[in-house]
Design a protein around this ligand. Structure first.
Ligand code: MN
Ligand code: MN
Length: 318
């Protein structure tokens, strides 16, 4: 029996442009709301881009994705799934993250995520820049007591050493840090879609040295996306796996609203196919990051991002 409380209002009852825009029009449950105890999968925003090395704006991602996600309907026609009936999904709100203090921002995010995991909710983080992912990886590692696998769809590995001469973390190194801190099992990490110019090859080399499987865009295009995603499934196997989707994975012709675009990537449809191919994995959490509304045109990136969120939500379900 589906609980009506967790069903988004239909666009045939309340027009989809009307109402308060929570993620996918789902109920918003504050931290002290008793109904949080029933939630299976929780969306929450990390509106923060303090680790962005180039063009900022991803702090505005969660709000734009809430807005555009109101256009999502109840059924996935391609897979036949009805993700709001199969699981209780809710909007858990945003974390207050200081735009000027990285340590405080990350700490607040981790406290919030610890609370979410403590309530038995599978986390779905909406960024924010890609360093936001590290906060989820850290808390999942603590809660599970063991490292886990990762499927990354991105045009970058985010395995770079710290930039600007110091130890400061950026959105270029969440996965290097995640490996260093023992959150990720590097042999069960697969990174898909890497392309563009680079300062050097130190990120790929770090990955190779630690057993990470990197599938650059040339290999993706040569294999085709079906074969590429078979590689991804082989690498992570049936163990616990985190899914991370950086919107710059998609070609900037389809997703211009992001800080570090790289040309020559997959189309919107190919990106959606990649996410669908992940269904059936043991998904312990997911995210979408790096949607930067100030660089968007006509909302096309936000709309693609909201659509990818829906596909990820479906991929998290049987
Ligand atoms: Mn990234
Ligand atoms: Mn990227």
């Amino acid at each position: 029996m589906t609980d009506p409380f967790f069903q988004p209002p239909s666009g045939t009852d309340l027009p989809r442009y009307a109402g308060v825009p929570s993620f996918m029009r789902l109920p918003y449950l504050a931290a002290d709301d008793p109904r949080r105890a029933e939630v299976d999968i929780g969306f929450f925003g990390l509106p923060w881009d303090g680790a962005t090395s180039n063009r900022p704006g991803a702090r505005h991602g969660p709000r734009a994705l809430r807005d555009y996600s109101t256009m999502i309907r109840e059924m996935n026609r391609a897979t036949g799934q009805k993700p709001f009936e199969a699981a209780k999904v809710a909007d858990l709100g945003d974390v207050a993250m200081s735009p000027v203090d990285q340590d405080e921002a990350l700490e607040n995010a981790q406290k919030f995520i610890a609370g979410v995991l403590g309530q038995g909710i599978r986390p779905f983080m909406v960024g924010g820049d890609h360093l936001c992912t590290l906060t989820v990886l850290r808390e999942l590692r603590k809660a599970r007591g063991a490292p886990f696998g990762l499927v990354l769809l991105d045009s970058h590995t985010d395995l770079y050493p710290p930039y600007f001469g110091g130890e400061t973390l950026t959105h270029g190194n969440p996965f290097r840090q995640g490996i260093e801190e023992g959150c990720l099992d590097p042999e069960r990490v697969v990174m898909i879609g890497m392309r563009g110019t680079s300062y050097n090859n130190s990120d790929f080399q770090y990955g190779y040295d630690h057993g990470v499987r990197i599938v650059p865009i040339e290999e993706c295009m040569e294999r085709g996306w079906t074969s590429t995603m078979e590689v991804a499934r082989e690498v992570v196997g049936d163990g616990p796996t985190y899914l991370s989707f950086d919107i710059d994975f998609v070609d900037p012709a389809f997703a211009p609203g992001t800080g570090t675009p790289e040309v020559g990537g997959p189309t919107s449809f190919q990106a959606i196919q990649c996410v669908r191919a992940l269904r059936g994995l043991d998904v312990i959490g997911a995210d979408i990051v790096e949607v930067s509304p100030p660089f968007d045109n006509g909302g096309i990136t936000a709309w693609l991002g909201a659509s990818i969120m829906f596909e990820l939500l479906c991929a998290m379900q049987p």
